[in-house]
Design a protein around this ligand. Structure first.
Ligand code: DLL
Length: 435
């Protein structure tokens, strides 16, 4: 049996969705043109006026916005309303360059929370559930977004935030949490901690997990599902558009439905900006159709994915996106070869290792070095050096066939690699440090 949070819109006919998008885009472009001088300039430079936008198809005429635009207009340049109407900000972590600050009116918060509520219901949640939120609360959108969604669904909400894993596990068991929300890497850590404390997957009351905010592979999904005894659902979003809940998985688990009544998605060729047909891989571009305070038009996410309108057995009609197949800025070029961290994760987990690894890239004597540090488990340990060397060699061979180049593999003792409580840091690219 399928449940929806807002059945009318989640299962609306394609015609009705299109009609809604056509109406909303006209209003939204007018709103942005009148209230955001930065974007008005971009439109003026391109010779586009609000009158040129008569429906969603005309969106192609509008200029793109990039992360650089957001940084250039920091802290308030893209604000679309009077500050007195804003009730909240959130912000990206800003590890590279200036932070991005997004603003919300009360209406923006309400719509965002509804998107998260749809995701929770799609994962099987209802008012009888106990939802443990261990995404970080604060400037990061994960905690507050999912928390708001959980309230809207009527779940008993455990606002744990991230960290203090012993306490997380104790609350999970004592409060009998049924839904776990955190990054996939933290879910793996929680699973590991439960096992260390002697619990089997059957001992907890969890039924589902809603995991996102970072890339994770199908192998990682299987590993988490097994260690926690749950079904693991993906959720996608970004601060610039609101936060989690831009897209979410349903029971079919073949991609994430984009909340198309609020976010219009396009996929473009990242080199040329050309809009690609459905089914082709490219950079995801979003237009927020009804955001008031931070209304972005044609925002380039840098996330690479494929869109599909194939009928979904869950009954939802909204377009689906694949898991981001990597971020254009996540891709490493090592010895001239393009390497995505997700390819590495697929090989390591496919070979039966736990998701505890780190990738280190450096440049020595003008040549790239490429090292993978990976924990072996107690069962995988042997005191015979030849056995461990064989394990490393096998991984090297599998990596070579996946990537085309071979990394140096270092099997390291359990607990050597720092566990993640939020977004995992998988890559250390020291070449960037040398400039
Ligand atoms: O990570 C919002 C979020 C919170 C999503 C909680 C899901 C759950 P940012 O910190 O602004 O926002 O990072 C956004 O993270 O452009 C993607 O590259 C990546 N990302 C988010 N969700 C996924 C996912 C939040 N499910 C950036 N799979 C995005 C892969 C994801 N990457």
């Amino acid at each position: 049996m399928n449940h929806y949070y807002q059945p009318e819109i989640e299962t609306a006919s394609r015609e009705d969705i299109l009609k809604l998008q056509n109406e909303k885009i006209v209003k939204q472009v007018r709103h942005v043109y009148d209230n955001v001088p930065y974007y008005r300039n971009l439109m003026d430079q391109k010779g586009v006026t609000p009158e040129d936008i008569k429906g969603i198809d005309d969106i192609k005429k509008l200029p793109f916005l990039t992360k650089d635009d957001l940084r250039d207009s920091y802290p308030r340049g893209l604000l679309g309303t009077d500050m007195r109407k804003c009730v909240r900000i959130h912000s990206t972590s800003g590890t590279t360059g200036k932070r991005v600050v997004a603003y919300y009116t009360q209406k923006d918060v309400d719509l965002w929370e509804e998107c998260c509520a749809r995701a929770i219901v799609a994962a099987g949640g209802d008012e009888s559930d106990i939802c443990q939120v261990c995404y970080g609360y604060g400037l990061f959108t994960g905690g507050f977004g999912v928390h708001g969604g959980s309230h809207k669904v009527g779940c008993l909400t455990l606002p744990m935030s991230s960290g203090n894993t012993d306490r997380q596990v104790q609350f999970m068991m004592d409060m009998e949490a049924t839904i776990l929300c955190c990054t996939p890497s933290y879910a793996a850590y929680i699973g590991e901690t439960l096992a260390e404390k002697g619990y089997t997957p059957e001992d907890n009351k969890l039924k589902a997990g809603i995991f996102g905010a970072e890339p994770w592979t199908e192998e990682m999904r299987q590993s988490i599902e097994k260690s926690l005894g749950i079904k693991a659902y993906d959720i996608y979003g970004l601060t610039e558009l609101s936060g989690p809940g831009v897209a979410y998985e349903c029971c079919e688990q073949t991609g994430m439905h984009i909340n198309e009544d609020h976010f219009y998605a396009e996929v473009i060729n990242p080199e040329t900006g050309e809009v690609l047909p459905e089914g082709e891989k490219g950079e995801l571009v979003f237009t927020s159709l009804d955001k008031e305070a931070f209304p972005l038009l044609r925002y380039r996410t840098r996330d690479i994915c494929i869109l599909s309108r194939k009928k979904c057995s869950c009954g939802r009609t909204h377009v689906k996106m694949t898991k981001p197949l990597g971020r254009s800025d996540d891709m490493m070029v090592i010895r001239g070869v393009n390497v995505f961290p997700s390819q590495i994760e697929t090989v390591l987990l496919g070979a039966g290792y736990e998701p505890n690894y780190q990738i280190v890239v450096d440049r020595v004597n003008n040549t790239d070095t490429f090292d993978i540090y990976l924990e072996f488990s107690k069962d995988q340990f042997s005191d015979k050096i030849s056995v461990m060397q064989k394990r490393e060699q096998d991984l090297r061979t599998s990596m070579k066939s996946m990537l085309g180049i071979s990394p140096k593999i270092h099997l390291v003792a359990p607990k050597t690699i720092t566990r993640s409580e939020g977004k995992a840091v998988r890559i250390i690219d020291k070449r960037k440090l040398h400039g």
